[in-house]
Design a protein around this ligand. Structure first.
Ligand code: ATP
Ligand code: MG
Length: 552
């Protein structure tokens, strides 16, 4: 084939193939054929419809003029025509480029995908290209939407991961703000909470703002940007906050150099509890997508705030309950101590005096030779009764508040209690103690009361033969273990105090240990005995100690 023939074929790429031209005409995509000098050789029906050609038959026109409406081959910064690259490499090439909607104006909403395939002559030389043009704007939009959704989901999961497990309000706010700034690649922002009493918003946490700004900005609901957001529950996006007419504290905003701005509500149960603000020193820094993203995050943070407040209420109620319990236990101990002392100093002394006097009366009767069997029997009975009553009173004193506990400490008091209550029941018992130093009084009292309740339960319910008590104290903690081999019980069944009072003892044990910062475990199984372990710290609380070791 000579040069003239080749050129003729290049000028009429579909010459001799009318059927192929028909097929190409029926395709929805725009198809054009160009030569290596950008001359249009063919345009199918779809392409012809959008050509801005000078004549009805555009063949021979320059493609960039009739297709792209420019005076020179398309090049950067708009987009680079791949024809030259395709000629150099000889390979098909595909690009997606933004499409100027009007001459000179760029619209990011419309995208064209251009696929170029080389046309070669029988010698393998590239003579032109077949170009497929397709509007892929809808696909791009879908892709962008999916990407935004993906971003949102990722951001939400990051926020929820970051705040989950946190129950303190300030921890949640700090973590949420840092995560929000990270997500929008910002450095300036803050979280304002609504003060329910004054109905004012003020910064609770902030980043990149001066402390003067954070302290002085106070906004009534409905006033300023954050106030408007709090009132309407709708987010606001501003190109430049310093020029917006709704902006309050304009002097502070200008001094801070704030421009680009997004403000979104924090909602908990359909109520706005605060506002997240993100700002930039550059105007127009944030897009609508950022605002939507922050809005959905705001909802999640609002829920976390609501939960933190519930936790706070619960913590306050627990604190109140514990301090009331502490007061009532302290008063109970004082009262027990007073009654024990009165019994010891009064009733007990009198009973001892009575028993001695009765003995003296018997001695006198014997001395003066009164031999009245009935009188002797009565005197002896009365004396025995006085001695027994005195012993009962001593037991009662021991139960109320053993003097040994105050004078010699926990270990001797436990030992005496076991001797008084378990041994007379025929229950074999061993008491092992390590560390004989005196403990803080509240710890001694708490552990003694636990021992007392455990022993009462053993005598009342356990039907045990053996009891082992082990008290180990070092400088850091005391561990008291009370074990019996009795009939045991189902701990799960007794999880609350019943109306009959059943359960008060075990519940009281746990509460007493908690009050001194420790914890108490009760293990029991039917037929397998019961073990009660109480651990009380002598420095800080047991949970503090655990927290420290976990943190270190
Ligand atoms: N060592 C034990 N062996 C077997 N059962 C026990 C033992 N300790 C407790 N129980 C069972 O657990 C129940 C609850 O004990 P708890 O001390 O709380 O109440 P209580 O002894 O019945 O009443 P309270 O202590 O108020 O006098 C008991 O009624 C008993 O059934
Ligand atoms: Mg009991």
């Amino acid at each position: 084939m000579d040069a003239e023939q080749r050129s003729a074929q290049a000028t009429h790429p579909l010459a001799g193939s009318p059927d192929l031209a028909k097929v190409l005409d029926s395709v929805e995509d725009e198809i054009v054929v160009v030569d290596t000098a950008y001359r249009l050789l063919f345009a199918n029906s779809a392409a012809s419809g959008s050509l801005r050609a000078a004549t009805p038959s555009p063949e021979g026109d320059l493609c960039y003029q009739v297709v792209e409406h420019t005076d020179s081959p398309c090049s950067t910064p708009v987009w680079m025509c791949p024809l030259q690259q395709m000629i150099q490499t000889g390979d098909p090439i595909s690009i997606t480029h933004p499409c100027p909607e009007e001459q000179g104006a760029l619209s990011s909403a419309k995208y064209i995908k251009l696929s170029m395939y080389p046309l070669k002559d029988p010698d393998g030389r590239i003579t032109g290209a077949v170009c497929l043009r397709r509007d892929v704007s809808a696909e791009r939009k879908l892709e962008a939407e999916m990407l935004t959704r993906h971003h949102q989901l990722l951001a939400l999961s990051r926020i929820s991961e970051a705040v989950s497990g946190l129950s303190r309000l300030d921890d949640i706010l700090n973590v949420a703000l840092d995560t929000v700034l990270e997500i929008v690649h910002g450095t300036i922002g803050g979280i304002l909470l609504v003060n329910q009493r004054t109905q004012e918003l003020h910064y609770r946490v902030q980043r990149g703002l001066s402390s003067k700004y954070a302290e002085e900005v106070r906004l009534k609901i409905g006033v300023g940007i954050a106030g408007t957001v709090a009132q309407s529950g709708e987010p606001i996006l501003l190109t430049d906050i310093s020029t917006d007419p709704r902006t309050e504290h304009v002097d502070l905003v200008s001094a801070e150099g704030l421009k680009g701005f997004v403000s979104v509500p924090l909602r908990a149960k359909n109520k706005v509890v605060g506002v997240v603000n993100v700002a930039s020193h550059l105007p127009g820094q944030f897009a609508r997508e950022d605002m939507y993203l922050l809005d959905s995050i705001g909802h999640q943070v609002g829920v976390a705030i609501g939960q933190a407040r519930l936790y706070e209420q619960l913590r306050n109620a627990t604190d109140r309950y514990q301090s009331l319990l502490q007061h009532s236990l302290t008063a109970q101990e004082a009262e027990r101590k007073r009654i024990a002392r009165e019994l010891h100093d009064g009733t007990s002394q009198m009973l001892t005096g009575l028993a001695l006097n009765l003995q003296a009366a018997r001695d006198i009767a014997e001395m003066i030779g009164i031999k009245d069997a009935m009188m002797e029997e009565r005197l002896e009975k009365a004396q025995t009764l006085a001695v027994q009553t005195s012993m009962e009173v001593t037991k009662l004193i021991n139960d109320l508040r053993p003097t040994l506990l105050d004078s010699l400490g926990l270990a001797p008091a436990i030992q005496r209690y076991v001797e008084t209550w378990l041994q007379p029941e025929g229950i074999r018992s061993s008491v092992v103690t390590r560390g004989h130093e005196r403990l803080p009084s509240e710890v001694e009292v708490a552990l003694f009361r636990i021992t007392q309740e455990a022993i009462n339960n053993i005598t009342k319910h356990a039907e045990a033969t053996n009891v082992a008590i082990d008290l180990q104290c070092d400088g850091e903690k005391c561990v008291l273990r009370i074990e019996d081999d009795g009939k045991g019980f189902d701990v799960e069944e007794i999880t609350r105090v019943e109306k009959t009072g059943r359960g008060v003892g075990l519940f009281g044990m746990k509460e007493r240990v908690t009050l001194v910062g420790g914890r108490c475990s009760i293990e029991s199984q039917r037929g397998r005995g019961t073990t009660i372990v109480s651990e009380v710290p002598l420095t800080g609380s047991v949970s503090d100690a655990e927290d420290q070791s976990a943190g270190g």
